[in-house]
Design a protein around this ligand. Structure first.
Ligand SMILES: Nc1ncnc2c1ncn2[C@@H]1O[C@H](COP(=O)(O)OP(=O)(O)OP(=O)(O)O)[C@@H](O)[C@H]1O
Ligand SMILES: [Mg+2]
Length: 253
């Protein structure tokens, strides 16, 4: 069991596949044998909802930011062996991290350092904004993965994301590495390879695996399961497993 490698799943645009990627990467890494913690940094609590009933839990990520509790008290086991969740709920949105508080960007990093020895990998699901929560994730992370759809509007936003990542690297976290962009919800391989891929590659390295669009993803969310749990045979399950392998290999590099 080693000091955890921390992977942030970030894109300030909504609906690009962050949560789907975070939950399936986290479960996939745990299936590879890595003791894994999934941290939900989104007040929407979408990743949390797969694993716990957010109405019933008392402590959540907000309590860490408000300095009301230690990170250890907010970590829950899941039904999956080796996978643990640090849930968030809507109260996280009310946490005001005062802009004059110089510690604000470092709170998550400090909290993670208290449990880093207990996990091999930590995956952070970010909200669809470049808010202080995304900044906290990027400050705490060793790697960032950027899910995005192969569409024009998705490309428009990536310059802003690249600027944010570069400035966090320059000022705070020089070791932050962009692992790559993951193309999600892909409808046609031709569009990807001919038009979109060259544009994305101008900004970020791109994972060899891409995730196709399919109903199994929505169905797995509805049944509160990861894809690996929901269906061994779904195309997206196989694609996410292949993405997990790329990430796993990238952690060693
Ligand atoms: N490969 C896919 N095929 C079909 N639907 C998908 C796929 N990936 C994601 N979706 C659907 O797209 C929607 C957005 O996905 P997801 O919640 O993972 O994105 P997100 O980036 O976390 O969104 P937000 O920015 O709101 O947090 C969901 O309804 C999800 O079920
Ligand atoms: Mg999400």
């Amino acid at each position: 069991m080693g000091k955890a490698k921390v992977i942030a799943i970030a894109n300030q645009k909504g609906g690009e596949g962050k949560t789907t990627t975070a939950i399936n990467l986290a479960h996939g890494l745990s299936l590879q044998g890595a003791r894994t913690l999934l941290i939900d940094m989104d007040p929407q609590g979408n990743s949390s909802g797969i694993f716990v009933d957010t109405d019933k839990i008392e402590l959540s990520a907000a309590d860490i930011f408000l300095n009301k509790t230690k990170i250890k008290d907010v970590i829950h086991p899941t039904k999956y062996e080796k996978l643990f969740i640090l849930p968030s709920k809507i109260s996280l949105a009310e946490v005001e991290l005062g802009s004059l508080n110089v510690e604000a960007p470092y709170l998550l990093r400090d909290a993670i350092s208290q449990v880093a020895d207990e996990f091999d990998t930590i995956v952070i699901d970010c909200p669809p904004s470049l808010s202080i929560f995304t900044v906290n994730a990027l400050v705490a992370a060793n790697f960032v993965v950027i899910p995005l759809q192969a569409e024009k509007f998705s490309i428009d936003g990536i310059k802003g994301l690249q600027t944010t990542i570069e400035s966090i690297k320059r000022r705070i976290n020089p070791d932050l590495k962009i692992m790559g962009a993951l193309v999600t919800q892909l409808k046609s391989n031709t569009v990807l390879t001919k038009t979109i891929l060259p544009v994305i590659e101008n900004y970020f390295p791109v994972f060899e695996t891409s995730i196709s669009s399919g109903v199994a993803v929505g169905e797995s969310h509805l049944s509160r399961q990861t894809l690996m749990d929901y269906s061994d045979s779904a195309k997206q399950t196989k694609e996410y497993l292949s993405f997990v392998k790329e990430v796993y290999d990238g952690l060693e590099a």
